[in-house]
Design a protein around this ligand. Structure first.
Ligand code: FES
Ligand SMILES: [Fe+2]
Length: 392
């Protein structure tokens, strides 16, 4: 283990015993160090449930899209049986990706190399001219399948075949989302791009409203002033963070932007009706919502300093029918995402400065402190436990 990684893990291990309000940011090396990145891939991204899309973006049998997580290319396809499969997008003959495009609709996938044909459930249905190949058994050449679960209309995959099921881990989040009826929401626009920064910078940014007063000064601050941000208590499961930001009185019933379009069949509590609500699902997911809209982002690391960002602005079906409101809302949310992308890039640029030093978190950034605690207990739980014992 390098000296840098050892020191980063020591720093991380001290977070769990530190009050949220007393926490500082991670050291700059946490956003550049290849050793920490390798450990994150092994302990987090190879084991945790990762959000890769929305089920209602592939509504029909045969609808598919390709997606890559770490070194694993996947073919996500709704089968003719209606079930969504996450298939390995690597041919069982000589490794050619079976689907070469980003998305489509097909009942059969024909490999471009030698023409092997797979069904939407991954089974090999035909392999031309294989007579005489004594090692060939059609039944043993299906595309392997990854674990996939649907939660609140979101699709999650897991690279770990032995991972515990996702749904029971998110019961507290289900309770928090119940009134929002998130599974009903439909896509206003989809977002898929690269942010030039470490995945943790992007994730932290999506967890707090404090930055409205600077970064989103002209886009969000008037409607959702940073000073009104409050922390909801961390859930006992430690599975996510959540925080709210109160609408300015004149903005409360505006339908555009992060809107509160009427949803007559829903009933919302007073805090739900009067605030924007952000859930940070560990490890890398931001869900920012109002009563009728939700902006979701999932940060998939590519390198220590590059992140693929997928997401979408999803809205109540009633609101999706109003073209004018949708155009204004899509435009606003897109601009906000771009501001967040810019911040991530700007932060990444300075992480090798010899004078850059960790700074104190605001009380409205308790969510960020909780994220660091998650990293500590996930990346090296023994060390975090050791530090806790020492602190007692
Ligand atoms: S690699 Fe796919 S058919 Fe040969
Ligand atoms: Fe932001």
């Amino acid at each position: 283990m390098s000296e840098t990684l050892d020191s980063l893990l020591d720093t991380l291990a001290a977070y769990p015993a530190t009050e949220d309000a007393a926490c500082f940011t991670l050291p700059p090396a946490a956003y550049t160090d290849p050793g920490l990145f390798a450990l994150e891939k092994e302990r987090i991204f190879s084991r945790e449930w990762l959000l890769i899309g929305r089920a209602n973006d592939i509504p029909d049998a045969g609808d598919w899209f390709t997606f890559q997580v770490l070194d694993d290319p996947m073919l996500i396809v709704r089968g003719t049986d209606g079930r969504i499969h996450a298939l390995s997008n690597v041919c069982r003959h000589r490794y050619m990706p079976v689907a070469l495009e980003e998305r489509g609709n097909d009942k059969r996938f024909v490999c471009a190399y030698h023409g092997w044909v797979y069904g939407t459930d991954g089974r090999l249905v035909a392999a031309p001219l294989m007579e005489g190949s004594t090692g060939f058994e059609k039944g043993r050449c299906a595309l392997p399948e990854y674990r996939l679960e649907e939660w609140q209309g979101f699709l999650f995959i897991n690279l770990d075949d032995a991972a515990a099921p996702l749904a029971p881990q998110l019961r507290e989040a289900d309770a928090m989302l119940a009134n929002y009826k998130t599974h009903e929401l439909v896509t206003g626009f989809a977002y898929d791009t690269i942010w030039e920064g470490n995945w943790k910078l992007a994730t932290e940014n999506g967890m707090e409203f404090y930055h409205h007063m600077g970064l989103h000064g002209t886009t969000l601050e008037a409607d959702l002033p940073a000073r009104t941000a409050t922390m909801d208590p961390a859930p006992p499961s430690g599975r996510f963070t959540h925080t709210r930001c109160r609408y300015a009185p004149q903005s409360l019933d505006r339908a555009d932007g992060f809107g509160n379009w009427p949803r007559p069949h829903c009933s919302f509590s007073e805090p739900e009706r009067t605030t924007a609500y952000a859930i940070g699902l560990f490890p890398n997911i931001s869900l920012a919502m109002s009563t009728a809209t939700l902006n979701w982002l999932s940060f998939i690391p590519l390198t220590p300093e590059r992140t693929r960002v997928i997401g979408g602005f999803i809205v109540a079906p009633e609101m999706a029918g109003d073209a004018g409101v949708m155009a204004a809302s899509n435009d606003l949310v897109y601009r906000v995402n771009e501001e967040d992308a810019q911040a991530t890039w700007r932060l990444q640029q300075v992480m090798r400065s010899t004078k850059a030093a960790a700074g104190p978190l605001n009380v409205r950034e308790g969510t960020v402190a909780q994220f660091y605690k998650y990293l500590a207990r996930t990346l090296e739980p023994e060390r975090a436990r050791g530090m806790n014992v020492a602190a007692e």
